[in-house]
Design a binder for this molecule. Structure first.
Ligand code: CA
Length: 243
């Protein structure tokens, strides 16, 4: 066996598996323990919520279809509690059934960070888990309210946005949209999520207002042959990602 050169922080990361199919939870549990994670398993939503309250994990692998409180409801409750209490975002990797595109969109809308379609390779699961944990670990320890993505910088205090040290003028909506994308780099955000966060919960309708603001944001950010960073994910939404 190869010697794993790993920092102690990753070895002690706690992962909660919420899955009612013992064959899947057993397989995932054994694999994650082998990878050095601290793993606990529950098979229903009520126990999941209790466990998250009493012994908060670093990440949750959450099955969508559960008896009683399902994965969508669990995710919604976790995100609502984080919003209310101002606690850090818990990474959630959702497991969904094959071909259930609606489930996958609903999961992302509810606030899941990523999803895997059953059946999945264990290596793929570990790759997603590690990526989510890396994303959740702050890269900066200073207290400045600054978000950066490649050569784009957003100062949340002064509201100054720049790319390649050139200041970019944005409208308040464009600024809000960019901040949401910058907070979730490389994460696909659904149209509904973006609409709700920028325009509020009570925004209704099928208007193209989001597309218009995305278009304006791109024109502001992507001048002078600068690369495209706001990418369209057809049928789902948008992601901040370099090409
Ligand atoms: Ca299930």
């Amino acid at each position: 066996m190869a010697i794993v050169q790993n920092d102690a922080t990753e070895r002690s990361r706690q992962i909660l598996i919420v899955e009612d199919e013992p064959s899947i939870s057993g397989f995932v549990r054994r694999g994650l323990i082998f990878e050095g994670f601290d793993v606990s398993v529950v098979d229903n939503g009520t126990d999941a919520l209790l466990q998250m309250r009493d012994n908060p994990p670093d990440l949750v692998v959450l099955d969508l279809m559960l008896p009683g409180i399902d994965g969508i409801q669990i995710t919604q409750r976790v995100r609502a509690a984080e919003e209310a209490e101002g606690t850090p975002r818990l990474p959630i990797l959702m497991l969904t059934a094959r071909d259930a595109v609606a489930d996958r969109v609903n999961g992302l809308d509810a606030g899941a960070d990523d999803y895997l379609i059953k059946p999945f390779d264990f290596d793929e699961l570990v790759a997603r888990v590690r990526a989510l944990l890396r994303r959740a670990t702050p890269t900066s320890t200073n207290n400045q309210e600054v978000l950066t993505f490649e050569n784009i910088t957003v100062n949340l205090t002064s509201h100054i946005v720049s790319r390649d040290d050139q200041v970019i003028e944005l409208t308040p909506r464009e600024f809000d949209l960019l901040v949401i994308l910058m907070r979730h780099p490389n994460q696909v955000l659904t149209r509904q999520t973006l609409m709700q966060r920028v325009w509020g919960e009570d925004f209704y309708g099928e208007s193209n207002v989001l597309e218009v603001v995305i278009g304006n944001l791109r024109r502001a950010l992507e001048t002078n042959d600068q690369s495209r960073v706001v990418q369209t994910v057809r049928g789902i939404g948008y992601v901040l990602r370099s090409q």
